[in-house]
Design a protein around this ligand. Structure first.
Ligand SMILES: N[C@@H](CCC(=O)N[C@@H](CS)C(=O)NCC(=O)O)C(=O)O
Ligand SMILES: *[C@@H]1O[C@H](CO)[C@@H](O)[C@H](O)[C@H]1NC(C)=O
Ligand SMILES: *[C@@H]1O[C@H](CO)[C@@H](O)[C@H](O)[C@H]1NC(C)=O
Length: 224
């Protein structure tokens, strides 16, 4: 018998690595949901109502109750829906998973943003240095096929931005930061991850994504 999970809606945009985190979590749990596509240039009443503080996607709406911030949403999904656990069960391992997912957003996302979306050379160099340092910590921490072990877990989902988006950003910017030579284990992990059936099926297609970010970066220089 199919379990009733209630009404699940996801406000998002297809290009966002933060939104894809939530999509993957829902798919891993086998939850049906409605995707409400946002236009970030003209945000919907719904987005402003459900996430008045940050006004950002993703927002998950479960039976009219909203949750914002991708990592918080993934944890919520893991707790609200049974089966296929995403976080480890043991408290210490849960703490470590949360430590590293926070690390992804504090260190990787912020340095990658500097590298991709700033035109200032000094800032950019700083971003490259920070990204290399942060990636090295992950390279050293990776002991199994996925960070979650044999199966995809919380950190894999959070770090998908490195596996799929960072190579696209590098291509847009003509940089070599995340390479198989510099980070052999992490690179192997990234290939395993993006070829995992559930991940592969739910990633936005590469070429349009590349074009999307090329246009955004060109927009930066045009508006300078
Ligand atoms: N920390 C947030 C980041 C979400 C985020 O940056 N979303 C972007 C799209 S990739 C957004 O909605 N931007 C709209 C805006 O900043 O106005 C999360 O993890 O959910
Ligand atoms: C923004 O979207 C609303 C509908 O959601 C529409 O009525 C309005 O014309 C749009 N504004 C602009 C500037 O495109
Ligand atoms: C990753 O490394 C393992 C073990 O060395 C190997 O069997 C596997 O084929 C590699 N995966 C990819 C996608 O390169």
């Amino acid at each position: 018998m199919a379990e009733n999970h209630g009404e699940v809606k996801l406000l998002g945009v297809r290009e966002s690595p933060f939104v894809v985190r939530v999509v993957i979590a829902l798919k891993l749990k086998g939850i049906e949901y409605e995707f409400l596509e946002e236009n970030l240039g003209n945000k919907s009443e719904l987005l402003l109502k459900y996430n008045p503080i940050h006004k950002k996607v993703p927002v998950l709406v479960h039976n009219e109750k909203s949750v914002s911030e991708s990592l918080v949403i993934v944890e919520y999904i893991d707790e609200a829906f049974k089966g296929n656990p995403i976080l480890p069960t043991e408290p210490y391992q849960r703490a470590l998973a949360r430590f590293w997912t926070n690390f992804i957003d504090d260190k990787i996302v912020s340095s990658v943003k500097k590298v991709v979306f700033t035109l200032d050379e000094v800032e950019r160099e700083k971003g490259v240095k920070e990204a290399l340092e942060a990636l090295q910590f992950l390279e050293n921490d990776l002991k199994t096929k996925f960070f979650g072990g044999d199966e995809i877990g919380f950190l894999d989902i959070a770090a998908l931005i490195i596996a799929y988006w960072v190579p696209i950003f590098q291509e847009v910017r003509g940089l070599q930061i995340f390479t198989s030579e510099k980070f052999p284990k992490l690179y192997n992990w990234s290939q395993e991850l993006i070829n995992h059936p559930i991940i592969k099926e739910n990633l936005p297609p590469r070429e349009p994504l590349l074009a999307f970010f090329k246009a955004r970066v060109e927009g930066l220089s045009a508006s300078k």
